[in-house]
Design a protein around this ligand. Sequence first.
Ligand SMILES: Nc1nc2c(c(=O)[nH]1)N[C@H]1C(S)=C(S)[C@@H](COP(=O)(O)OP(=O)(O)OC[C@H]3O[C@@H](n4cnc5c(=O)[nH]c(N)nc54)[C@H](O)[C@@H]3O)O[C@H]1N2
Ligand SMILES: Nc1nc2c(c(=O)[nH]1)N[C@H]1C(S)=C(S)[C@@H](COP(=O)(O)OP(=O)(O)OC[C@H]3O[C@@H](n4cnc5c(=O)[nH]c(N)nc54)[C@H](O)[C@@H]3O)O[C@H]1N2
Ligand code: SF4
Ligand SMILES: [Mo]
Length: 752
Amino acid sequence: MSEWHPTACMLCENNCGIEVLLSADGRHIEKVRGDESHPASKGYLCQKASRIDHYQNSIDRITHPLRRTEDGSFERVDWDTAISEVAARFAAVRDEFGGDKIFYYGGGGQGNHLPGAYGVSTQSALGGMYRSNALAQEKTGEGWVAGAMFGAYARTGDFENCEVAVFIGKNPWHSHGVARARVTLREIAKDPKRALVVFDPRRSETAELADFHIQLKPGTDAWALAALLAIFLDENIAKEDWIAEHVSGFETIRPLFSGLAIAQYCEWCGVEEAQLRALARRMAEAESVAWYEDLGVQMNRHSTLVSYLHRLCWLVTGSFGKAGAQFVVNSMRPLMNSNPSLARKSPVAGDALLGGMVPCNIIAEEILSNHPDRYRAMLIETANPAHSLADSGKFVAAMRKLEFSVVIDIAMSETARHADYILPAATQLEKPEATFFNFEFPHNYFHLRQPIMNPPADAEVLPEAEIHARIIEALGEMPEEVIGLRKTLEQQGRAAFAKAFSEASRKNPAVMRLAPVVLYRSLGATLPKTVASASALWSVAHYVASREPESLRRAGFVGEGADLGDALFDRIIESPRGLVFSVDEHEVSWDRVRTADKRIKADLEQLLPAVRDLANGPEAVTSAEFPFVLSAGERRAYTANTVFRNPDWRRKDRDGALRMCAADAVRLAIEDGGRARLRTASGETVVLVEVSDRMQPGHVSLPNGMGLDNGVAAGDVSRVGAATNELTASGHRDFFAGTPWHKMVPAQIEAA
Ligand SMILES: Nc1nc2c(c(=O)[nH]1)N[C@H]1C(S)=C(S)[C@@H](COP(=O)(O)OP(=O)(O)OC[C@H]3O[C@@H](n4cnc5c(=O)[nH]c(N)nc54)[C@H](O)[C@@H]3O)O[C@H]1N2
Ligand SMILES: Nc1nc2c(c(=O)[nH]1)N[C@H]1C(S)=C(S)[C@@H](COP(=O)(O)OP(=O)(O)OC[C@H]3O[C@@H](n4cnc5c(=O)[nH]c(N)nc54)[C@H](O)[C@@H]3O)O[C@H]1N2
Ligand code: SF4
Ligand SMILES: [Mo]
């Protein structure tokens, strides 16, 4: 076979378009190259993509439904048995404890967001209400702040056109998140008229290119950003006219920053005041500033507060709603709801459900409590929380305490091995798949990849759409309207179908509530197999068409109402290399500000006390017992969450070394390549040490996604590297969003 097949990389949110060459049997990927015609990546790739055969041919791949036996091992069952038993056991939990006790975790990883649509249908058919996923341990604080200030998830900026680019706790050289990140970073770095700014305690690969590397002490971004804001006011260089025109509540917060003890704050965060003043002046004279915050601050102390201070920096620099600045994208489907209401609470801890999700750090605690309203069953899909959430041991104990748990995955993950049933999904190369990581602006794109590979010869795997449709049928909850809808479609076409669908939803709310599976069983039955299990996108296309018709028209779509939505859906299923679905003008971000007065709200009363508290200085994190700060989960050249499970996929750093500076290594008598015992309040492990001039004294860093247990199904378990969350604690979390402090783990190290 010499044909190049189009698909996308599933290792990070960029989802670069790729083309792959397959082996003669169509079961192995032999070559990978960038897809020049992809609307966002335009042929760009990083070094990880060439390794994706390790995803398709995972050493831990599961190929048959599995049921836990009395002795804790798994036995094969056929699909009919698995589906009917899973449905019956969920129904039993619903009948005894209530459907709201059935928790849904996951629904999407770096490359696949379609499972989430169908999985939520199953949960909803059971009467479930509580759910969560990885966003609730990184982005919910940020999402809430954005929602409260902008009424929308205003998140990143226009790095292609900005004069000054700012990354706070973000290392896009390795983690990407900006399309064609390395090309863009190099362009900014080499242009004398532009400036690159990085806030990072490490000299990261991005920091190395920077004009301003603000190398602060770990966990002190709140003081650095507060001081930066104070300098803007102190030197009278804030964009006051812009603020007067666009912002409400600024006068409430002004006194919190003007007159602040700048020198003291700089000392607390370990930054030269002169450097911060020079940075403020550089920003003030710039035509535009683009900003991006990520895990270095979102998984750290004061994370929600930092998201807030960061956005106040946009205001003093006038960085919103113009070329080169921050924007609000027209997303195909918003990743998170940006409703700033704090009314919905989790049932046991009573924590607010920001973005509609239970904070990840409290899930296990809620289950392990004796509260009558605790969750009793879990459906976990395309996520590996027993590895990715703080304090893995606690999560595993919680899973085992549940009445019932099901994992839908392609591999025997650290989570799957503790489930009662494991249902094997088709991989992202064996079924149609897509993500809603569409953050491009002003031209936004969407990419529905079509299947290009066959599952292994004896495998019985199914796309998630089919799994959920079957569970809902076994529960007897599939709306009977499905049959009529399908007939209408076959006999009268799409326009009549659209009408019939809205009529059916009006008569029976379950049609709308379970729309993804209803669409899959009606529309999907009439579509080619290459796209059938993506039928849920039909309602997504109609939703975006009704909300932002002008953006679609600028992208070349014609029609009104339902016709416009159908035109978009048709183009999605006919574009295996992706398409531009939305074209905007920069000013449109202002229309997407959905606060009551259409102005950006600067005074978030919930966070003002935390701003005032900064005057007391940083609290001590380390102690005599735990003198180091461990950053648990750095993105490196060869890390990719737990998407790849074979440690051999790494061309370098196979063990995932602990990085520390030379001074610390000498003091501890550990050599480069030597071993160290790493201990925290939660656990201990032995790690390989890499002496690195990127680290500052007292700060050490471990990569994410390591320490997987391979070979569980074969009964021959092996592990390479440290599983970071055996070292973290669920109680270490943000006061507001409950997001974890993974970048700030007190630790002790000694030579081993
Ligand atoms: N190669 C690779 N790329 C990935 C992934 C992957 O697994 N591997 N995962 C993807 C995912 S899920 C995500 S969410 C993104 C995350 O992307 P990033 O957030 O960029 O990744 P990290 O390396 O976790 O953290 C970024 C930086 O925060 C710094 N940092 C640590 N402590 C502090 C602090 O106190 N203050 C500041 N300002 N910085 C600090 C670290 O030194 C690090 O350089 O990456 C995505 N891309
Ligand atoms: N200490 C520490 N912990 C962290 C982080 C950190 O920096 N430090 N980073 C955090 C971050 S930002 C994130 S995003 C999370 C990521 O952690 P999780 O959200 O738990 O996700 P992944 O590790 O990507 O695991 C994805 C799972 O999906 C499975 N899978 C792949 N393709 C398919 C498919 O098509 N269908 C199905 N059903 N399953 C599939 C994979 O086999 C794997 O088991 O980890 C978090 N945990
Ligand atoms: S891992 Fe690399 S190739 Fe894959 S999507 Fe991310 S940037 Fe693109
Ligand atoms: Mo993430």
